[in-house]
Each structure stands twice: as C-alpha cells, then as structure tokens.
Design a protein around this ligand. Sequence first.
Ligand code: PPE
Length: 305
Amino acid sequence: MPITPTDKIWMNGELVDWDKAQVHVLTHGLHYGSGVFEGIRAYETADGPAIFRLTEHIERLFNSAKILGMTIPYTVQEIIDACKETVAATGLGSCYIRPLAYLGYGEMGLNTLPCSVDVAIACWPWGAYLGDDAVTKGVRLKTSSWTRHDHNTMPPAAKTTGNYVNSSLAKVEAIRAGYDEAVMLAPNGLVAECSGENIFVARHGKLITPPLSAGALEGITQSTVLTIARDLGYEAVIDNIARTDLYIAEEAFVCGTAAEVSSVNSVDDREIDCPGPKTSAIAETYHKVIRGEVEKYRSWCELAV
Ligand code: PPE
C-alpha cells in the first residue's frame, strides 16, 4: 500500500523533515532484521485526534525490545509523548503511526551487544488494510504453506522487523494464489493467526481466538474485541483452534490495528456466512469505540494534543 508523505518524522528526539528521515545503508537493522515496531491508529474524536490504546502499544514495543535484548534509550512515557508530538506535527486527525526502534549504524556482525539503538516515529494517512469492503464482503483466506515461527526460532510474541519476512512470504503466496490473506499455522499444526491480524471463529455460539502460545501476537485489537464481545453478551475466549474449526465456523473475522475488524467469507474455499451477526455487531461497536463514541471505553482514546 502506498505511503502518503507528511511533514515530519520523529528521529532520536527531534522532528525532522520527511525527506531527511534517512539511515545509512550499513545500518544494522537493515542487514539482520534487528528492530522492533508498532502499528497504531489515531482517529478523529469529538475532543480532537486520539490515539487508540497508545500506552499499551508502547508497552508492547518495550516488551518486544526486552525479548530481543535491546535497550530503548527512552522511557515508555517519552515515546508516548513523542507519538503525540509526531501526530500533532503532521496536523492529521486520523492516521497510522509507526514507531520503530532498530539497531543503528556503527557496528556490524551478530553480536548486537555493542550496537546503538535508534528510534523513529512516522505517521501517515492509511486506508483500509484489507480493502474498503472487507467488513461487508469479507476476505478470502488461504492456509499458508509457510509455518509460523516456533517460540524457540523467532519469538512470535515480539513484534520484531525480522519476524515479518515470515508474514510476507505467507501474504505474497496468498495474493498470488488469488486470496486476500494467509492463515498461518504453528509448528504443531494449530492455527496461529494471519500474516498481519489475529483471527477469531465462532463455533457452537462461542467466539474463539488463538493464544500467544499458538504463535499469535498478543493483539491489542484482539483484546479490545474480547472485551467488546463479552459486553455484547457473547462468550469469547482465548483458546486453540484447528484449521478445520475455520472450515466449519459459523462466523470468522480477522482483526488488527491496520485491518480493524474484517469479516472472513471463506477459508481454503470453504464458504462461511459473511458478515455473520456477531461479526457485524462487533465491527459496528469497534468502529464507534475507536472514535471515542462509547463513553465506557473513552479512556482507550488517548488525546494526541
Ligand atoms: N498479528 C500480527 C502478525 C500482526 O502483524 C498484527 C498487527 C496483529 C496480529 C494485530 O495486532 P494489533 O494491531 O495489536 O491488534 N499488524 C499490523 C500491520 C502489519 C503491517 O505492518 O502490515 C497492524 O495492524 O498495525
């Protein structure tokens, strides 16, 4: 998806012009995938632009760094403030925000201990990740021939840049085969998640989404959806699912910051009713929640200015 440039990017404590936000070609992160990142969205609310669950995203960024053994040279609060400053500097009401911490220029080789850590935060307007009609028409999923990382290979719990080679292999394979998105299975054959979203199925009236132990990222949208679903009166749990749970699901949807809540209309060409009633109710509520229209969840909308 193309990027629309904005005015400023935050780099190591300063707002620099978009075109000046550059790195040296010998930057460690470029060579070894040694970076951690987040994807966050800001939405226009009645009180101004608000960044959805910003604090939790930044806490996850620091946890990803901790898993990698990387020390981010700022506090969680400093990065939270920097995200707000970046959104304010671009003047955007609603946008996608990409904080990135990566091993910088100066050291080469696999011993990362002497490496410096650079941090950048960019934001830009980003449309519907899986297409404009993903909620109503649904997306076509295909089980990937690529397996999600094992916990002892590339920890899937960390949102590291290098991990996304695995996601890209799966995504490109699915697109080339004529599908919208890939379902990734863990090494034990259970469903993990999609290339860039968590997945939910409805089976016997219950909503189920795979856990971190199955190789899923601990999604902030996944957690939001679990809360919304339970408040709507649905039973919703984190539990393992098999590939065949998807084939005979009453409903299925994927969710993530970029994709929001997008319904699934088929998995490996087995059709699923779409959009199902639970999916529609959750997507509709989510749409309001992120825009600060539901009082009960207003604290999730962290004002950018
Ligand atoms: N799993 C994966 C693999 C993943 O990349 C994401 C986010 C999620 C689950 C959902 O996490 P959360 O955003 O906290 O609900 N994927 C990001 C897009 C990846 C990309 O760069 O492209 C996102 O939604 O921002």
